[in-house]
Design a protein around this ligand. Structure first.
Ligand SMILES: Nc1nc2c(ncn2[C@@H]2O[C@H](COP(=O)(O)OP(=O)(O)OP(=O)(O)O)[C@@H](O)[C@H]2O)c(=O)[nH]1
Ligand SMILES: [Mg+2]
Length: 402
Protein backbone atom coordinates (compact mmCIF):
# COMPACT_ATOMS: atom_id res chain seq x y z
CA UNK A 1 0.00 0.00 0.00
CA UNK A 2 1.42 3.40 -0.91
CA UNK A 3 1.72 6.15 1.70
CA UNK A 4 -0.99 8.09 -0.08
CA UNK A 5 -3.41 5.26 0.17
CA UNK A 6 -2.63 4.53 3.78
CA UNK A 7 -3.23 8.16 4.63
CA UNK A 8 -6.65 8.15 3.01
CA UNK A 9 -7.48 4.93 4.85
CA UNK A 10 -6.57 6.58 8.15
CA UNK A 11 -8.45 9.79 7.39
CA UNK A 12 -11.49 7.77 6.38
CA UNK A 13 -12.11 6.97 10.06
CA UNK A 14 -13.15 10.58 10.64
CA UNK A 15 -16.03 10.19 8.20
CA UNK A 16 -19.31 8.34 8.31
CA UNK A 17 -19.22 4.85 6.86
CA UNK A 18 -21.22 5.65 3.73
CA UNK A 19 -18.80 8.40 2.68
CA UNK A 20 -16.63 7.34 -0.23
CA UNK A 21 -13.16 8.79 -0.59
CA UNK A 22 -11.40 8.41 -3.89
CA UNK A 23 -8.96 11.32 -3.79
CA UNK A 24 -7.58 12.66 -0.53
CA UNK A 25 -7.83 16.23 -1.81
CA UNK A 26 -11.62 15.88 -2.14
CA UNK A 27 -12.01 15.45 1.59
CA UNK A 28 -11.67 19.16 2.26
CA UNK A 29 -14.67 19.90 0.05
CA UNK A 30 -16.98 17.44 1.83
CA UNK A 31 -20.00 18.82 3.67
CA UNK A 32 -19.74 19.02 7.48
CA UNK A 33 -22.30 16.23 7.98
CA UNK A 34 -19.95 13.71 6.38
CA UNK A 35 -17.93 13.85 9.61
CA UNK A 36 -18.71 11.38 12.36
CA UNK A 37 -20.59 13.12 15.17
CA UNK A 38 -21.99 15.95 13.02
CA UNK A 39 -25.72 15.41 12.62
CA UNK A 40 -27.86 16.68 9.72
CA UNK A 41 -29.52 19.48 11.69
CA UNK A 42 -26.19 20.87 12.93
CA UNK A 43 -24.73 20.56 9.46
CA UNK A 44 -27.61 22.58 8.00
CA UNK A 45 -27.06 25.24 10.63
CA UNK A 46 -23.37 25.35 9.73
CA UNK A 47 -24.14 25.64 6.03
CA UNK A 48 -26.67 28.40 6.75
CA UNK A 49 -23.83 30.24 8.50
CA UNK A 50 -21.53 29.94 5.51
CA UNK A 51 -19.59 26.93 6.81
CA UNK A 52 -20.18 24.64 3.88
CA UNK A 53 -17.24 22.25 3.96
CA UNK A 54 -14.55 20.62 6.06
CA UNK A 55 -12.15 23.31 4.82
CA UNK A 56 -14.56 26.06 5.99
CA UNK A 57 -14.72 24.41 9.40
CA UNK A 58 -10.94 24.22 9.56
CA UNK A 59 -10.63 27.91 8.71
CA UNK A 60 -12.48 28.94 11.89
CA UNK A 61 -10.39 30.08 14.83
CA UNK A 62 -10.86 28.06 18.02
CA UNK A 63 -10.15 31.21 20.04
CA UNK A 64 -12.92 33.12 18.30
CA UNK A 65 -15.75 30.79 17.34
CA UNK A 66 -19.00 32.14 15.88
CA UNK A 67 -22.20 31.52 17.83
CA UNK A 68 -24.40 29.12 15.94
CA UNK A 69 -27.94 28.26 16.98
CA UNK A 70 -28.46 24.69 18.23
CA UNK A 71 -24.74 23.92 18.38
CA UNK A 72 -22.91 23.80 21.71
CA UNK A 73 -19.66 25.80 21.63
CA UNK A 74 -17.72 22.80 22.98
CA UNK A 75 -19.06 20.65 20.11
CA UNK A 76 -18.19 23.24 17.50
CA UNK A 77 -14.74 23.59 18.99
CA UNK A 78 -14.16 19.85 18.72
CA UNK A 79 -15.33 19.74 15.09
CA UNK A 80 -13.11 22.68 14.18
CA UNK A 81 -10.07 21.03 15.77
CA UNK A 82 -10.80 17.77 13.97
CA UNK A 83 -11.24 19.60 10.66
CA UNK A 84 -7.89 21.34 11.27
CA UNK A 85 -6.16 18.03 11.90
CA UNK A 86 -7.67 16.61 8.73
CA UNK A 87 -6.66 19.65 6.72
CA UNK A 88 -3.11 19.59 8.02
CA UNK A 89 -2.73 15.93 7.16
CA UNK A 90 -4.24 16.32 3.74
CA UNK A 91 -1.80 19.14 3.07
CA UNK A 92 1.20 17.27 4.39
CA UNK A 93 0.03 14.22 2.49
CA UNK A 94 2.91 12.16 3.63
CA UNK A 95 3.71 11.77 7.25
CA UNK A 96 7.40 12.50 7.64
CA UNK A 97 9.47 11.07 10.43
CA UNK A 98 9.52 13.00 13.66
CA UNK A 99 12.98 13.97 14.78
CA UNK A 100 13.83 13.58 18.44
CA UNK A 101 17.13 15.01 19.59
CA UNK A 102 18.80 13.84 22.82
CA UNK A 103 21.45 16.14 24.15
CA UNK A 104 23.19 17.08 27.41
CA UNK A 105 26.56 16.40 29.07
CA UNK A 106 28.52 13.18 28.69
CA UNK A 107 27.56 10.38 31.10
CA UNK A 108 24.05 11.85 31.47
CA UNK A 109 22.26 8.67 30.48
CA UNK A 110 21.00 9.54 26.98
CA UNK A 111 22.04 6.35 25.23
CA UNK A 112 20.77 4.29 28.17
CA UNK A 113 17.32 5.88 27.83
CA UNK A 114 17.19 4.86 24.17
CA UNK A 115 18.33 1.34 25.13
CA UNK A 116 15.52 0.93 27.68
CA UNK A 117 13.01 2.24 25.23
CA UNK A 118 14.00 -0.47 22.80
CA UNK A 119 14.19 -3.04 25.60
CA UNK A 120 17.89 -3.58 25.00
CA UNK A 121 18.65 -3.74 28.70
CA UNK A 122 21.74 -5.87 28.45
CA UNK A 123 23.75 -3.26 26.53
CA UNK A 124 23.40 -0.66 29.29
CA UNK A 125 26.09 -2.07 31.54
CA UNK A 126 28.69 -2.01 28.80
CA UNK A 127 27.81 1.30 27.11
CA UNK A 128 30.73 3.43 26.03
CA UNK A 129 30.49 7.20 25.61
CA UNK A 130 28.76 7.95 22.31
CA UNK A 131 31.24 9.09 19.69
CA UNK A 132 29.75 12.00 17.78
CA UNK A 133 26.16 11.53 16.80
CA UNK A 134 24.24 8.29 16.63
CA UNK A 135 21.21 8.43 14.37
CA UNK A 136 18.64 5.68 14.43
CA UNK A 137 15.36 5.12 12.65
CA UNK A 138 13.04 3.72 15.23
CA UNK A 139 9.55 2.46 15.33
CA UNK A 140 8.58 4.08 18.62
CA UNK A 141 5.22 2.75 19.69
CA UNK A 142 4.47 2.12 16.04
CA UNK A 143 5.31 5.69 15.01
CA UNK A 144 8.20 6.37 12.68
CA UNK A 145 10.81 8.44 14.46
CA UNK A 146 14.45 9.33 13.98
CA UNK A 147 16.44 9.70 17.15
CA UNK A 148 19.62 11.74 17.15
CA UNK A 149 21.74 10.86 20.16
CA UNK A 150 24.36 13.62 20.48
CA UNK A 151 27.40 12.32 22.35
CA UNK A 152 27.99 14.76 25.21
CA UNK A 153 31.77 14.64 25.63
CA UNK A 154 33.35 18.06 25.74
CA UNK A 155 35.19 17.74 22.41
CA UNK A 156 31.90 17.22 20.57
CA UNK A 157 30.10 19.91 22.50
CA UNK A 158 32.76 22.51 21.78
CA UNK A 159 33.95 21.58 18.32
CA UNK A 160 31.39 19.58 16.45
CA UNK A 161 27.96 20.94 17.32
CA UNK A 162 28.76 24.61 17.51
CA UNK A 163 30.88 24.76 14.37
CA UNK A 164 28.08 23.47 12.18
CA UNK A 165 24.96 23.79 14.36
CA UNK A 166 22.59 23.68 11.39
CA UNK A 167 23.59 20.07 10.80
CA UNK A 168 22.32 19.00 14.21
CA UNK A 169 19.79 21.42 15.63
CA UNK A 170 17.44 22.07 12.72
CA UNK A 171 14.05 20.49 12.18
CA UNK A 172 13.93 18.74 15.54
CA UNK A 173 10.37 18.21 16.69
CA UNK A 174 11.47 17.75 20.24
CA UNK A 175 14.66 18.06 22.23
CA UNK A 176 15.24 15.89 25.28
CA UNK A 177 17.84 17.66 27.37
CA UNK A 178 19.19 15.02 29.74
CA UNK A 179 20.67 15.99 33.13
CA UNK A 180 22.15 13.48 35.59
CA UNK A 181 20.11 14.22 38.71
CA UNK A 182 22.73 12.56 40.93
CA UNK A 183 25.64 14.74 39.91
CA UNK A 184 25.19 18.21 41.45
CA UNK A 185 28.85 19.10 40.87
CA UNK A 186 28.12 19.26 37.16
CA UNK A 187 24.80 21.19 37.30
CA UNK A 188 26.50 24.51 36.45
CA UNK A 189 28.17 22.92 33.40
CA UNK A 190 24.87 21.28 32.38
CA UNK A 191 23.09 24.62 32.70
CA UNK A 192 25.75 26.43 30.67
CA UNK A 193 25.52 23.94 27.85
CA UNK A 194 21.73 24.21 27.96
CA UNK A 195 22.03 27.99 27.54
CA UNK A 196 24.33 27.46 24.55
CA UNK A 197 21.83 25.08 22.96
CA UNK A 198 19.01 27.61 23.37
CA UNK A 199 21.18 30.36 21.87
CA UNK A 200 21.86 28.18 18.86
CA UNK A 201 18.16 27.42 18.43
CA UNK A 202 17.32 31.12 18.51
CA UNK A 203 20.03 31.84 15.93
CA UNK A 204 18.70 29.10 13.69
CA UNK A 205 15.12 30.33 14.23
CA UNK A 206 14.13 26.90 15.45
CA UNK A 207 11.43 26.41 18.03
CA UNK A 208 11.15 22.75 19.01
CA UNK A 209 9.44 21.54 22.18
CA UNK A 210 11.94 20.99 24.97
CA UNK A 211 11.73 18.44 27.73
CA UNK A 212 14.34 18.42 30.50
CA UNK A 213 14.91 14.84 31.61
CA UNK A 214 16.21 14.34 35.15
CA UNK A 215 17.93 11.02 34.61
CA UNK A 216 19.21 8.53 37.17
CA UNK A 217 16.26 9.26 39.49
CA UNK A 218 16.58 5.76 40.95
CA UNK A 219 13.89 4.59 43.37
CA UNK A 220 16.12 4.58 46.48
CA UNK A 221 17.85 7.84 45.59
CA UNK A 222 14.54 9.69 45.08
CA UNK A 223 13.79 9.33 48.76
CA UNK A 224 16.89 11.25 49.84
CA UNK A 225 16.84 14.90 50.75
CA UNK A 226 19.92 15.41 48.59
CA UNK A 227 18.09 14.24 45.45
CA UNK A 228 15.07 16.41 46.20
CA UNK A 229 17.36 19.41 46.61
CA UNK A 230 19.10 18.51 43.36
CA UNK A 231 15.79 18.52 41.52
CA UNK A 232 14.85 21.92 42.91
CA UNK A 233 18.25 23.31 41.94
CA UNK A 234 18.01 22.00 38.38
CA UNK A 235 14.46 23.27 37.90
CA UNK A 236 15.29 26.73 39.20
CA UNK A 237 18.43 27.05 37.10
CA UNK A 238 16.83 25.81 33.89
CA UNK A 239 13.63 27.79 34.24
CA UNK A 240 15.56 30.99 34.80
CA UNK A 241 17.67 30.32 31.69
CA UNK A 242 14.64 29.54 29.52
CA UNK A 243 12.83 32.68 30.74
CA UNK A 244 15.57 34.80 29.22
CA UNK A 245 14.66 33.40 25.82
CA UNK A 246 10.89 33.69 26.25
CA UNK A 247 9.95 31.44 23.34
CA UNK A 248 10.81 28.17 25.11
CA UNK A 249 8.35 26.57 27.52
CA UNK A 250 9.98 23.82 29.57
CA UNK A 251 8.66 20.59 30.96
CA UNK A 252 10.52 18.31 33.34
CA UNK A 253 10.35 14.54 33.73
CA UNK A 254 12.37 12.21 35.92
CA UNK A 255 13.49 8.79 34.76
CA UNK A 256 15.49 5.81 35.87
CA UNK A 257 16.62 3.00 33.64
CA UNK A 258 15.62 0.56 36.37
CA UNK A 259 11.90 1.31 35.95
CA UNK A 260 10.90 1.21 32.30
CA UNK A 261 7.56 2.89 33.06
CA UNK A 262 9.35 6.13 34.01
CA UNK A 263 10.89 6.19 30.55
CA UNK A 264 7.57 5.39 28.87
CA UNK A 265 5.88 8.19 30.77
CA UNK A 266 8.63 10.61 29.79
CA UNK A 267 8.26 9.67 26.11
CA UNK A 268 4.50 9.98 26.38
CA UNK A 269 4.90 13.54 27.63
CA UNK A 270 7.38 14.23 24.83
CA UNK A 271 5.21 12.80 22.06
CA UNK A 272 2.11 14.57 23.39
CA UNK A 273 3.99 17.85 23.12
CA UNK A 274 4.44 17.33 19.39
CA UNK A 275 1.08 15.74 18.65
CA UNK A 276 -1.70 17.67 16.95
CA UNK A 277 -4.37 15.33 18.17
CA UNK A 278 -3.50 14.90 21.85
CA UNK A 279 -5.59 17.87 22.91
CA UNK A 280 -8.66 16.53 21.11
CA UNK A 281 -8.07 13.11 22.64
CA UNK A 282 -8.00 14.73 26.08
CA UNK A 283 -11.26 16.60 25.37
CA UNK A 284 -12.90 13.32 24.45
CA UNK A 285 -11.58 11.66 27.61
CA UNK A 286 -13.05 14.51 29.61
CA UNK A 287 -16.42 13.93 27.96
CA UNK A 288 -16.08 10.21 28.69
CA UNK A 289 -15.28 10.82 32.37
CA UNK A 290 -18.37 13.00 32.73
CA UNK A 291 -20.61 10.50 31.02
CA UNK A 292 -19.50 7.56 33.17
CA UNK A 293 -19.25 9.75 36.28
CA UNK A 294 -15.60 8.77 36.60
CA UNK A 295 -12.78 10.63 38.27
CA UNK A 296 -10.10 9.98 35.67
CA UNK A 297 -9.62 8.48 32.23
CA UNK A 298 -6.57 7.63 30.19
CA UNK A 299 -5.87 6.15 26.78
CA UNK A 300 -2.81 3.89 26.90
CA UNK A 301 -1.24 1.52 24.39
CA UNK A 302 -0.16 -1.95 25.51
CA UNK A 303 3.45 -0.91 24.95
CA UNK A 304 3.09 1.94 27.39
CA UNK A 305 2.40 5.08 25.37
CA UNK A 306 -0.08 7.35 27.15
CA UNK A 307 -1.95 9.12 24.34
CA UNK A 308 -3.78 11.35 26.75
CA UNK A 309 -5.46 11.49 30.09
CA UNK A 310 -8.09 13.50 31.86
CA UNK A 311 -8.39 14.04 35.61
CA UNK A 312 -9.23 16.66 38.16
CA UNK A 313 -6.35 15.86 40.48
CA UNK A 314 -2.71 14.89 40.03
CA UNK A 315 -3.18 11.96 42.41
CA UNK A 316 -5.97 10.49 40.29
CA UNK A 317 -3.86 10.90 37.19
CA UNK A 318 -0.93 9.14 38.83
CA UNK A 319 -3.27 6.44 40.08
CA UNK A 320 -4.88 5.71 36.74
CA UNK A 321 -1.69 5.92 34.66
CA UNK A 322 0.52 3.88 36.98
CA UNK A 323 -2.18 1.25 37.48
CA UNK A 324 -2.65 1.05 33.72
CA UNK A 325 1.08 0.62 33.07
CA UNK A 326 1.49 -2.01 35.80
CA UNK A 327 -1.59 -4.01 34.84
CA UNK A 328 -0.51 -3.90 31.22
CA UNK A 329 2.91 -5.26 32.20
CA UNK A 330 1.05 -8.08 33.93
CA UNK A 331 -1.14 -8.64 30.90
CA UNK A 332 1.94 -8.75 28.64
CA UNK A 333 3.47 -11.35 30.95
CA UNK A 334 0.32 -13.51 30.79
CA UNK A 335 0.36 -13.13 27.05
CA UNK A 336 4.02 -14.16 26.86
CA UNK A 337 3.26 -17.50 28.55
CA UNK A 338 0.47 -18.23 26.14
CA UNK A 339 -2.63 -16.94 27.88
CA UNK A 340 -5.22 -15.09 25.82
CA UNK A 341 -5.20 -11.35 26.35
CA UNK A 342 -8.28 -10.16 28.24
CA UNK A 343 -10.31 -7.42 26.58
CA UNK A 344 -11.36 -6.03 29.91
CA UNK A 345 -9.01 -5.71 32.87
CA UNK A 346 -10.05 -4.37 36.23
CA UNK A 347 -8.81 -3.91 39.73
CA UNK A 348 -11.29 -3.32 42.49
CA UNK A 349 -10.48 -1.33 45.58
CA UNK A 350 -13.68 -1.74 47.62
CA UNK A 351 -12.31 -0.17 50.79
CA UNK A 352 -11.52 2.95 48.79
CA UNK A 353 -14.83 2.81 46.96
CA UNK A 354 -13.63 2.65 43.38
CA UNK A 355 -12.56 0.42 40.52
CA UNK A 356 -9.92 0.98 37.88
CA UNK A 357 -11.02 -0.57 34.65
CA UNK A 358 -9.30 -0.94 31.29
CA UNK A 359 -11.24 -1.77 28.15
CA UNK A 360 -9.49 -2.73 24.93
CA UNK A 361 -10.79 -0.36 22.28
CA UNK A 362 -8.77 -1.28 19.23
CA UNK A 363 -5.34 -2.04 17.84
CA UNK A 364 -3.21 0.55 16.15
CA UNK A 365 -0.35 0.73 13.67
CA UNK A 366 0.99 -2.11 11.55
CA UNK A 367 2.24 -3.70 14.76
CA UNK A 368 -1.36 -4.23 15.98
CA UNK A 369 -0.65 -2.84 19.40
CA UNK A 370 -3.76 -3.01 21.62
CA UNK A 371 -4.97 0.28 23.05
CA UNK A 372 -6.93 0.40 26.31
CA UNK A 373 -9.22 3.06 27.63
CA UNK A 374 -8.69 3.23 31.41
CA UNK A 375 -11.14 4.77 33.81
CA UNK A 376 -11.21 5.35 37.52
CA UNK A 377 -14.88 4.89 38.33
CA UNK A 378 -17.08 4.47 41.35
CA UNK A 379 -19.67 2.48 39.46
CA UNK A 380 -18.32 0.33 36.62
CA UNK A 381 -21.88 -0.37 35.44
CA UNK A 382 -21.95 3.16 34.09
CA UNK A 383 -19.43 2.10 31.42
CA UNK A 384 -21.96 -0.22 29.81
CA UNK A 385 -23.09 0.84 26.38
CA UNK A 386 -20.77 3.87 26.35
CA UNK A 387 -17.65 2.37 24.84
CA UNK A 388 -18.56 2.12 21.17
CA UNK A 389 -19.28 5.82 20.92
CA UNK A 390 -15.86 6.75 22.30
CA UNK A 391 -14.10 4.07 20.32
CA UNK A 392 -15.41 5.56 17.09
CA UNK A 393 -14.20 9.02 18.05
CA UNK A 394 -10.78 8.04 19.37
CA UNK A 395 -9.61 5.67 16.63
CA UNK A 396 -8.92 8.22 13.88
CA UNK A 397 -7.16 10.48 16.35
CA UNK A 398 -4.67 7.92 17.59
CA UNK A 399 -3.90 6.89 14.04
CA UNK A 400 -2.86 10.48 13.40
CA UNK A 401 -1.30 11.02 16.81
CA UNK A 402 2.06 11.89 15.25
N1 LIG B 1 22.08 4.71 38.51
C1 LIG B 1 21.79 4.94 37.23
N2 LIG B 1 22.76 4.91 36.28
C2 LIG B 1 22.44 5.18 35.02
C3 LIG B 1 21.10 5.45 34.63
N3 LIG B 1 21.10 5.68 33.29
C4 LIG B 1 22.36 5.54 32.87
N4 LIG B 1 23.18 5.24 33.89
C5 LIG B 1 24.62 5.01 33.81
O1 LIG B 1 25.25 6.21 33.42
C6 LIG B 1 26.36 5.97 32.57
C7 LIG B 1 26.30 6.81 31.32
O2 LIG B 1 25.20 6.43 30.53
P1 LIG B 1 25.11 6.73 28.97
O3 LIG B 1 23.74 6.37 28.57
O4 LIG B 1 26.23 6.13 28.26
O5 LIG B 1 25.30 8.32 28.98
P2 LIG B 1 25.28 9.30 27.70
O6 LIG B 1 24.50 10.50 28.11
O7 LIG B 1 24.85 8.59 26.50
O8 LIG B 1 26.82 9.71 27.61
P3 LIG B 1 27.61 10.25 26.29
O9 LIG B 1 27.36 9.25 25.22
O10 LIG B 1 29.03 10.36 26.68
O11 LIG B 1 27.03 11.58 25.97
C8 LIG B 1 26.36 4.46 32.31
O12 LIG B 1 27.33 3.86 33.14
C9 LIG B 1 24.98 4.01 32.71
O13 LIG B 1 24.98 2.70 33.21
C10 LIG B 1 20.07 5.46 35.65
O14 LIG B 1 18.88 5.69 35.40
N5 LIG B 1 20.48 5.20 36.92
MG1 LIG C 1 25.75 8.13 24.75
Amino acid sequence: MSDNNSKSVILKDFFKRNVLISEIEDILRFKPDTLIGVDKVSSEQLVANGIKSVADLASLSVANLPEIRDILPSMLQKWVKIAQVIQKNVKEHLKRHKKILLTGLDNGGKTSILAVLQEKYSIIKSLLPTRGVKREKLDFFGFPIISWDLGGQVQYREKLYFNRPELFFTEADIILYVVDSQDPDRFPEAANFFREVLKILVELKENPSILVVLSKSDEDIRKTLQWQQNVTTIKNKFISIAEKFEQFGLDFCDTTVFVRETIMQMFSVALKKVSDTSEIIENILEDFSHQVEGKAASLVSMDGLIFGSYTNTDTDEMLVNNTALLLQTLSNFYNSIGLIRENSISIELPLNGFTIRGEKLFEYSDLHIPVYLWGLVENPKKLEGKLDYFKEQLLPLINLFL
